[in-house]
Write a protein that binds this ligand. Structure first.
Ligand code: PBG
Length: 329
């Protein structure tokens, strides 16, 4: 045999060797678990398009949070489903609102201190039309207004920080919202509250199941005038650049697996903490394959999450967070 000086398989021979040379690691503390909070008590309502994910009332959410602590997870990403919706989404900044109530309850529990509470900031769960901002209508025509939406989004962010959010995470994709949120936070005395902007958020079919979970499907039209076109990588870099200039402390990319190239490029260009959001459709797609016995559950979950770490994500938001935490533990 001619000399195979380089034999890549030498380092794959045993698990001990493989783990010694492993380049990327997945840790429970870099996983964030999303929670959908609903009014009431003792509520744990299954979301049909996301088997294993539930709408939970605040008391139940505390149990999930305690489980996350036990598993050593990094944090929670909170979404609220208000009891009532209106044109403006006024439930979003209501001091007694669903998110504010949940945040205060979580912050009261000393056992939950190791979790970072991240509040998703958007109006779509709170507006009757399901858009992420204020809608101006003229017959059949409609437009999602930017600047008036930004004012309400900034007010919402300040209210969530006041209720105890460790991080606020705007997911609306309006222009100028990071700057407005920073100003509103500072004015409210929350100079130390970081902003994690969903900087590059694509208009994606993979959010489908979330819209059931958060009851936030647009009642007309779509989100393409504010979320990004999935074809655009360079534009994503401009979005990130802009949010950083406006004062974003960290950025979130979503969806995750269909946009690994964008994640990698963001990693190469920017020295800020970057998160990847493995969204509802990515979750449901995998779960559907598990339910049919087509994919090996634990291995596929870990591999999907590892791909995001390899592409450059510092942390990952995933509906698999608890399960992955268990597998890693
Ligand atoms: C709210 C928001 C959405 C998601 C996170 N924040 C939905 C959307 O933009 O339609 C999607 C998360 C997921 O699919 O898991 N704007």
């Amino acid at each position: 045999m001619t000399g195979h000086v380089t034999r890549m398989r030498r380092m794959r021979r045993t698990e001990a060797l493989r783990s010694l040379v492993r380049e990327t690691h997945l840790r429970p503390e870099s996983l964030i678990y999303p929670l959908f909070i609903v009014p009431g008590e003792g509520v744990r309502k299954p979301i049909s398009s996301m088997p294993g994910v539930f709408n939970v009332s605040v008391d139940e959410a505390l149990k999930d949070a305690a489980e996350c602590v036990e598993l050593g997870l990094g944090g929670l990403l909170l979404f609220g489903l208000p009891p009532e919706k209106d044109e403006q989404g006024s439930g979003a900044w209501d001091e007694q609102g669903i998110m504010q109530t949940a945040l205060r309850a979580i912050k009261r529990e000393s056992g939950l201190k190791s979790l970072v509470t991240i509040a998703d900031v958007c109006l779509c769960e709170y507006t009757s039309h399901g858009h992420c901002g204020i809608v101006a209508r003229d017959g059949e025509e409609y437009a999602v207004e930017n600047d008036s939406s930004v004012r309400l989004i900034a007010k919402t962010a300040a209210s969530l920080a006041e209720a105890g959010a460790d991080i606020v995470a705007p997911s609306d994709m309006m222009d100028g919202r990071v700057e407005a949120i920073r100003a509103a936070l500072d004015e409210g005395g929350h100079q130390q509250t970081p902003i994690m902007s969903y900087a590059a958020k694509f208009a994606s079919a993979f959010y489908g199941p979330f819209r059931e979970a958060a009851d936030s499907a647009p009642q007309f039209g779509d989100r393409k005038t504010y979320q990004m076109d999935g074809a655009n990588r360079r534009e994503a870099m401009r979005e990130i650049e802009q949010d950083l200039l406006e004062g974003a402390d960290m950025i979130l990319m979503k969806p995750a697996m269909p946009y690994l190239d964008v994640l990698k490029e963001a990693r190469d260009r920017y020295e800020v903490p970057i998160g990847a959001y493995q969204v509802s459709g990515e979750y449901s797609m995998l779960v559907a394959a598990f339910e049919r016995g087509w994919l090996e559950r634990e291995r596929a979950i870990i591999e999907s999450l590892l791909s995001l770490r390899r592409a450059g994500a510092d942390f990952i938001v995933t509906y698999f967070a608890k399960e992955a935490g268990r597998a890693l533990g």
